[in-house]
Ligand binder design. Structure first.
Ligand SMILES: CC(C)(COP(=O)(O)OP(=O)(O)OC[C@H]1O[C@@H](n2cnc3c(N)ncnc32)[C@H](O)[C@@H]1OP(=O)(O)O)[C@@H](O)C(=O)NCCC(=O)NCCS
Length: 169
């Protein structure tokens, strides 16, 4: 992984995290236990602190910048931009954006390619889709089952990458 200090602050990464060689972490960044950071992810803590919780999965080419917190057990798909806050047990779909000072609550789904606008506050258990992002309703049982499928799948995948010594630090 590419780890660079900025303004005297260096990224702190839990021993148990899996971070791809090509991921780039800059400045005031904290990565929690068993979190995975996939190739091409950029987490740039030069403007404000960025905190990523435990058991999160941040997929390829996603960018985190600004004052960002990501709760535990949250999954951020491929090619996302996150500049706001995301709660626990939430899925941010591929290509979605969460703009500055937006807040996405716990147990939410932001659909692929949606844009959560600046300062928007998404309550827990919401399903958001579209550009601009609109709350389409509460999560359904089907949505919850989909999330319950993704998380163990990723936990197993991360374990397998570690077992094979891929991106060992
Ligand atoms: C949102 C999602 C989970 C589908 O959930 P679902 O409950 O099965 O949703 P449905 O397909 O029944 O669609 C519900 C409504 O949302 C709309 N919708 C679903 N996904 C949408 C999207 N990405 N953008 C805009 N609208 C969307 C549907 O058109 C439908 O609209 P309607 O009620 O007017 O007919 C899926 O489309 C998605 O975006 N998944 C993200 C997967 C991902 O990125 N994973 C990352 C890890 S690999």
């Amino acid at each position: 992984m590419i780890v660079l200090s900025f303004g005297g602050k260096a990224p702190r990464v839990a021993e148990s995290a899996l971070v791809a060689d090509s991921a780039c972490l800059i400045g005031d960044v904290e990565i929690g236990d068993n979190t995975s950071i996939w190739p091409g992810v950029v987490i740039r803590g030069d403007a404000a602190p960025i905190r990523v919780g435990n058991n999160c999965h941040i997929e390829e080419n996603t960018v985190l910048h600004g004052l960002v917190t990501i709760g535990d057990n949250t999954m951020i798909g491929h090619n996302c931009v996150v500049e706001g806050n995301v709660g626990h047990n939430t899925l941010i779909g591929n290509g979605a954006s969460v703009l500055v000072e937006a807040k996405v609550g716990n147990l939410c789904i932001v659909a692929a390619n949606a844009v959560v606008l600046e300062n928007m506050n998404i309550p827990p258990r919401s399903f958001v889709a579209g550009v601009p992002g609109r709350i389409r309703g509460e999560l359904t049982q089907h949505n919850i089952e989909m999330m319950e499928f993704y998380m163990p799948y990723y936990i197993g995948l991360v374990e397998e990458y570690k077992r094979q010594g891929i991106w060992r630090r």
